[in-house]
Design a protein around this ligand. Structure first.
Ligand code: AMP
Length: 284
């Protein structure tokens, strides 16, 4: 099995990137929390279209988990991750330690208001502060030409676009399409927590979003469409719903009444031991 050496320090990462730059290579960064799956592999493919060298970071970031969330239980599969990155043609795995990222006395926050305040930001207080902080650090450490993020976490992508623009970070942020398993469930590292019965139930998240999109396409208001989606979830006995909403694509404002501008339907719910999220475009 071919694998890749793991880079653990900012110093070594910078040295490797500087050497590539000296050869005139373009560099891409694909930030992940590891437990890699085929969704992550498509991000590497995407990155390779825009850069000569692809760095995949693997870091389970403690600051984006709430006190009662799954930080300790989050799957860690570094050996397999390295083999997958190598097989997909990635060039480096950057897996820093927690003290490397958060040395003693660490005191800085990155907060993005507006787009961070709703959906996962409201359901997981502090989550996007943690994401914005770690992605800012990774971008400054690596200094890539492009950074690739999945539309699976559509709100996260909007948050990242916003602070990259606001802070003048010199990187092109690219979104890559949401990848689903064959049965339609959005591929996620957290799907490892699901039993077969959970999976069957979880498929209703995707169904609810599609129902909402179809309702809007046939003229329903955002509220009516959302009500139809919610009825489907209730029927499937999904009760721990963080949100089910239609929001404006750019501003993330809640859409009420007729849908007049590009929008997206979002859902988050607890299924078995996992909190799953999904989203779907609303075509006008
Ligand atoms: P994670 O390791 O789950 O934090 O995700 C790392 C990156 O992979 C993020 O940009 C995610 O949006 C992206 N990603 C995770 N799952 C998928 C998926 N099913 N489709 C597309 N991108 C994904």
């Amino acid at each position: 099995m071919t694998t890749l050496p793991v880079t653990r320090t900012v110093k070594d990462l910078r040295a490797a990137v500087a050497a590539w730059r000296a050869e005139g290579k373009r560099v891409a960064l694909v930030p992940t929390m590891g437990a890699l799956h085929h969704g992550h592999m498509t991000l590497i493919d995407h990155a390779k279209k825009y850069a000569d060298k692809v760095v995949v970071s693997v870091f389970v970031n403690p600051t984006q988990f709430g006190p009662n969330e799954d930080f300790d239980a989050y799957p860690r599969t570094e050996k397999e991750d390295c083999a997958m990155v190598a097989a997909q043609g990635g060039d480096m795995v950057y897996a820093p330690t927690v003290p490397e990222m958060y040395p003693d006395g660490f005191a800085t926050k990155v907060t993005v208001s507006g787009v961070s305040d709703v959906l996962c930001g409201a359901a997981r207080p502090g989550h996007f502060d943690g994401v914005a902080l770690i992605v800012t650090k990774l971008l400054l450490q690596c200094g890539p030409d492009v950074a690739v993020f999945g539309e699976k976490d559509f709100q996260q992508l909007q948050v990242i676009r916003r602070f990259v623009r606001d802070l003048d970070i010199p990187v092109e942020v690219l979104g890559a399409p949401l990848i689903r398993d064959e049965d339609g469930l959005a591929t996620s590292s957290r799907n490892k927590y699901l039993t077969d019965a959970d999976r069957a139930q979880g498929l209703n998240l995707h169904r609810a979003l599609k129902t909402m999109a179809a309702a809007v396409a046939s003229g329903a208001s955002a509220q009516d469409a959302t009500q139809q989606g919610r009825a489907l979830l209730t029927q499937a006995d999904i009760t721990q719903i963080d949100y089910l909403e239609i929001r404006d694509l750019e501003t993330m404002a809640l859409v009420e009444g007729p849908v007049k501008a590009p929008a997206r339907a979002y859902v988050a719910a607890k299924i078995g031991k996992a909190r799953l999220i999904d989203n779907w475009p609303i075509a006008l």
